[in-house]
Structure formats: C-alpha cells, structure tokens
Design a protein. Structure first.
Length: 433
C-alpha cells in the first residue's frame, strides 16, 4: 500500500475537515432555460360598425365612424417567450431565486429582453418576496379558468380586465401620457390586465388549501408640487386569495390604482388631466378599482369556470368643466368550459358579457351609457401530441353594442370602430420547453 509523507497526510486531513465544516446546503440550486413558442395563422376582420354620427351631450362612448376593417390574414406570436430562472440555497430554510423572461416575436423576428415576468427575490417557510416586473395578482387569477391558454385573440382579456374603449393588456410600471405628452389620456392607464413594473409582491405560504398574494407598485413617478406641474402620486395596490379543495376552486382579487387617471382614456381628450398645470396650480387625483371573483369545478373530463368582475373609475380635478365625466363603472361576467374528448382532444370555449355600465358628471347632470356593452364568444379544439406540444383551431367574435369599442384580446385588436364585431378564425401550434 502506498504511504504518503506525514506533512501530506496532515494537509489532506485539514482539507477534509474544512470540507465537513462547510454547510451542506452551499451551492444547492439550479438554473434553467425555458420557453414557449405559440404561433397561429389568423383570418380576422371587423364588420357592422355603427353608422357615422355624433354623440349627444352627456353620452359616453366613441363617436361612430361607420368604418369596417376588411378581412386579412396574419401570423401572430401569442406570448411566445424565452426565459432563464433559477434558485440557490442560502441556508436550510432560505433561498434566493431569479427569473428573466423575454418576449420572442416568432412572427416577425426579434426579442425584447426582460419584457415579461422578471424579478429577483427570497423565499422560505414564511413565503416569498420578489421585486421587479410581474403579472399582478389580479390578472393572474383569470388564468385559473381561462380555457384558451390565457393568451391570443381568443382569450378572456377581450372583456375581463378592460372597460372597452380600445383598452387592452399592458406592460408598464407608471402612468402613461398622451401621444403629445400633454395629458394622462392613455389606454394603458385604464387596463386591469397588467404586467406591472416597479413593483414588489409577497406570496404567503399555502395553508389548509388557502394561498394569498399581495402586490404594491411604488410611486416612482410622483411629481413635485409647483405652479407649472400637476402633482400626482401614482401607485397600485393588489391582493388575491385562493382556496382549493379537491375538485373545487374559488378566488377573489382586488386592485386599486391611485393617480393613474384611467377615466381619461374613456372620455374626450379635452377632459383629460393635464401633465403641466395651467391657470395656477390645479389639483387632480384619481382612484380606480377592480374586483374579480373566480370559481372552478372539475368532474371527470369536464372543467367549468366562472369569472365575475366590476371595474370602477373616478377622479377629482379642481379645474374640470362641470359637464365633464367624473366616474364610470361596469360589470362583466364569463363562463368557461374545458371538455376532454378521448385521450388527447379538448374542446375549449367560453361566453362573456360586459354591461353598459353607469357614469356620473361633475355637475350631477344627466349621464348616459347606452350602447357601451359587449359580448364575446370563443370556441375551439386542441389536440395534445405530447405533454409539450398542442395544435389547435379556434374561433372568436367580440360583438360591440352601438357605441362600444371592445377589441380582440392580447393587444391584437383591429382598431374596430364603435358598434363593430371583430371576428377571427385561426389554427396554431404551441410548444413548451
């Protein structure tokens, strides 16, 4: 047997002892590359727009133009993404984790780094805390019952999370301004289908089938008080709670936007709050609220879901004209279905309806919301070739009342005029890796 010199043996023993003294968790963890490629070919159009005309005083809605959108074919990349995520043990009960997820434009090429859910955080027995950009707890709940992969022109986001008025999903961390930068009239400010930046989320640990999430988007865009600036203090508060018991699931979410001025996206541009103060130092503030109830039940190969939502928009503006709108609220509801067909097929669909809502003016005058409702029908079939790969064929239609402008979902609307019905037929493939 080979013998080592005494000094070599002592050195090896010291190294071994040092190794035994190191924490067993040091270096434990992983880094993963993942992604989704979801692309379809669509035939889309918008027809039946209300005839051109004007809106009487006190009526909310978009001025009818009578202009339809002719049918065209397009290729769409539906939330396709490439991401990196990982975690590392810092102690037996503390982990650090990260995720960097980027949109991948499969249809036209290109990518935008960290444009999707991206954050760094810590987790342990007390739950998890993350900071960065992430889907709000309010938005996330819809994915529990959405049967259309929670993306694309067919998903529930055409009605749920939007008040109509051309407002779609958004990725943003502060209130947006109008194209000329003079007012807060921007559709992104009114969306409740948000991937919110400049935010912190705390996810509580699960207990007895109950999970909860809290979110806060900080007031990074707070402005100073001065004679030349309208001071605003924008922030978003979020909370959701979910309960799962066997085949039954129920959840509730609340989201509040302070000084996002969502109402400015729904009213004539002349009524929007100015970014720069005029006529002294006018005060302005807003508070928009969303409430969402979600339920789901599974029985064998059938999954039924329900979404109910109320959105409310309100603002104060010291120099607002008396006839200006000060409030708008609307309710919406959707029922969803997933039905297994054989070993690999699934029928997917849902019906949704948004009410016309109610409104109010600063002077208390008559306020009319006639014609601001809409309906959505989505139906389709998917075939699962493997746990990673589906092919599908879907149809959707978003039918507006005479003054409403709800759009196809996923930011892929056609700019449909008031009263138009947007229609899409599509076939696609989805691969997760």
């Amino acid at each position: 047997m080979r013998r080592f010199p005494p000094q070599t043996a002592l050195r090896c023993a010291a190294i071994a002892a040092a190794g035994l003294a190191l924490p067993a968790f040091a270096g434990d963890g992983f880094t993963q590359i993942y992604g989704t490629l979801n692309v379809d070919v669509e035939s889309v159009e918008a027809h039946g727009a209300s005839g051109a005309g004007t809106l009487p005083p006190g009526f909310m809605g978009n001025t009818p133009t009578g202009i339809d959108v002719p049918r065209r074919t397009r290729v769409t990349s539906n939330s396709s993404n490439l991401g990196f995520r990982g975690r590392e043990a810092l102690s037996p009960s503390l982990w650090v984790f990260f995720q960097v997820e980027s949109a991948v434009n499969v249809d036209g090429g290109g990518s935008n780094i960290a444009s999707r859910n991206t954050a760094i955080g810590m987790e342990g027995p007390w739950g998890s805390l993350r900071a960065g950009q992430w889907d709000t707890p309010y938005k996330t709940l819809s994915g529990a019952v959405d049967p259309m992969y929670f993306t694309g022109v067919t998903y529930t986001g055409a009605i749920i999370g939007t008040p109509g008025f051309g407002v779609g999903p958004t990725t943003i961390g502060a209130p947006a301004t109008s194209a000329d930068g003079k007012t807060f009239a921007a559709g992104a400010n009114a969306s409740f289908e948000r991937r919110q930046g400049n935010s912190v989320q705390y996810w509580l640990p699960a207990y007895a089938g109950i999970t909860a999430r809290l979110g806060y988007s900080v007031n990074e865009s707070k402005t100073s008080a001065s004679p030349s600036t309208t001071q605003v203090d924008p922030r978003i508060y979020d909370a959701s709670v979910e309960y799962q018991a066997g085949a039954f699931y129920i959840a509730y979410a609340y989201e509040q936007h302070d000084d996002y001025f969502g109402l400015d996206a729904l009213v004539p541009a002349s009524q929007a709050v100015p970014v720069a103060a005029s006529g002294g130092m006018p005060s302005a503030s807003s508070r928009d609220r969303g409430q969402k109830l979600v339920a789901r039940v599974k029985w064998r190969g059938t999954t039924l879901g329900m979404l109910a939502e109320r959105l409310e928009y309100g603002k104060h503006q010291s120099n607002a004209a008396g006839a200006s709108f000060s409030r708008y609220a609307r309710d919406a509801v959707a029922v969803t279905l997933l039905q297994k067909v054989g070993a690999a097929g699934t029928v997917r669909g849902f019906l949704a309806r948004a009410s016309r809502g109610t409104c109010r003016r600063f002077d208390g005058g008559a306020c009319d919301t006639t014609g601001l409702g809409a309906r959505q029908l989505s139906i389709g079939y998917s075939y699962t070739f493997s746990p990673r790969t589906d092919v599908y064929a879907f149809h959707t239609r978003v039918a507006n009342d005479e003054r409403a402008t709800y759009q196809l979902a996923n930011g892929a609307g056609l700019g449909a005029a008031a009263g138009a019905t947007s229609v899409a037929y599509l076939v696609g493939i989805r691969h997760v890796f």
